[in-house]
Design a protein around this ligand. Sequence first.
Ligand code: CTP
Length: 398
Amino acid sequence: MFQGKKILLAITGSIAAYKSILIVRALIKAGAEVRVIMTPSAKDFVTPLTLSTLSKNPVISELFTEQAWSNHVMLGRWADVMLVAPLSCNTLAKMATGQCDNIVMATYLSATCPVVVAPAMDEDMWHHPTTKNNLAALESFGNKVIPVDKGELASGLHGDGRMAEPEAILQYLQDHLFQTRDLEGKRALVTAGPTYEPLDPVRFIGNHSSGKMGIAIAEELARRGAEVKLVLGPTSNTTHAKGIEVQRVQTAEEMYQACIDYWPSASLAVMSAAVADYTPGSRSAEKIKKTEAIFTLELSKTKDILASLGERKHNGQLLVGFALENRNEKEYAQSKLQKKNADMIVLNSLNDAGAGFGYDTNKVTIFEKGGKELAYNRKPKSEVARDIVDRIVNLLYA
Ligand code: CTP
């Protein structure tokens, strides 16, 4: 994700500095080159030895020693981004006013690369008007500010001011600085959520799909430059992300119609919705009364949207479906690939903990038309979405 990227991490004196260790580790793991500088007071919270070991580079905490002067100018020119994490209230004030009394400030003032800050402070400090003014000043200089989290603070209070978690900081860098827009110019169709098949004015047949996986896929496609149409069934989850047009639908028939209309102009489609396979033959205009001892429902098959798009697929279009199984998973996933003329099937197994409906995590195996089978670990749905879109890009440009 950060292969070859040069990150200059500046650590300041805050209890959140312990998370900087995790940031270094995660960046190195993701392929980045990392150099660390720190203010003298940051050394009270984390040691240069830990950071130099993890970053595989010497750590600089002094502007100069008796023997040498640190070339802060070159550091700011070397880096693709300077990340100040955590940003203390004190360093924030210095950055806003241009004071230059340590290596972090000297580097900041001479940096030619983009600067991103991750503030960390107690709630009352966070809400102080001076803090707001100083942050506004930084933004007016073109620096980017990573939003703080709400939660338990060093003071024991609960509120705003926690530094964003390391994963969120990496994600921010990826989204705001290193985004690969490899789907620019592509139109993508995504279905998500359940469908509701009405029985009468108050009842329906539905399922527990939350739509979270499909929404995450739509957001990832849009982040990478695609123009996305999200056909979303009845769920309380939605998205307001840039580049996504959301069309709300209720029934399988409405979802089918929205997809069929859009598909001819799309480059790819990801069908992640849990579409009802059957719908009541007729909908009662009046509320059904409980007069019968045994009530029989006649259901008829809905149109299979994925298969219908598969039939209409033309050269260059890429079609992705999902499969949710609890037995013979591999066999069923592979047969769906054939039967529905899809290029990829994403399998969720009902046997995996933390995967499927309602969870924020998922564990998938991807089956591709060429015979490739890729099994992934359990991850947050946003990361699963990235894995799926990586494979889509790979097939699209194969
Ligand atoms: N799908 C669809 N339209 C339907 C039903 C399903 O587009 N009417 C899509 C889903 O969005 C998903 C895939 O098809 O991408 C799931 O395949 P499906 O055969 O419906 O799986 P199951 O519901 O598990 O079906 P079966 O009971 O036959 O295994």
